[in-house]
Design a protein around this ligand. Structure first.
Ligand SMILES: [Zn+2]
Length: 77
């Protein structure tokens, strides 16, 4: 099961992820920082996973949601 599918089963966590991973005034993610404190460009990978999980909750098929990080999202849990 993918992490996205897990997230789709956890509406509270999903909602929190979407609200936390929002763009700041520079269009960077407010939540994601690398070790040097640099923000990730928004939408970050977490936000794209959350958006895909939302899509699944609305009836979308897993793996059919496109996004900027699509080729990187082959990690399965
Ligand atoms: Zn983020």
């Amino acid at each position: 099961m993918s992490l996205v599918a897990v997230l789709a089963e956890m509406p509270d966590l999903l909602e929190r992820t979407i609200s936390e991973h929002a763009p700041d005034h520079l269009g960077q993610c407010r939540e994601c920082r690398d070790s040097s404190g640099v923000s990730a460009p928004w939408p970050c990978m977490m936000r794209e996973m959350a958006d895909e999980a939302s899509d699944i909750r609305r009836g979308g098929l897993p793996g059919t949601y496109g996004g900027r990080h699509r080729p990187l999202r082959s990690v399965r849990v």
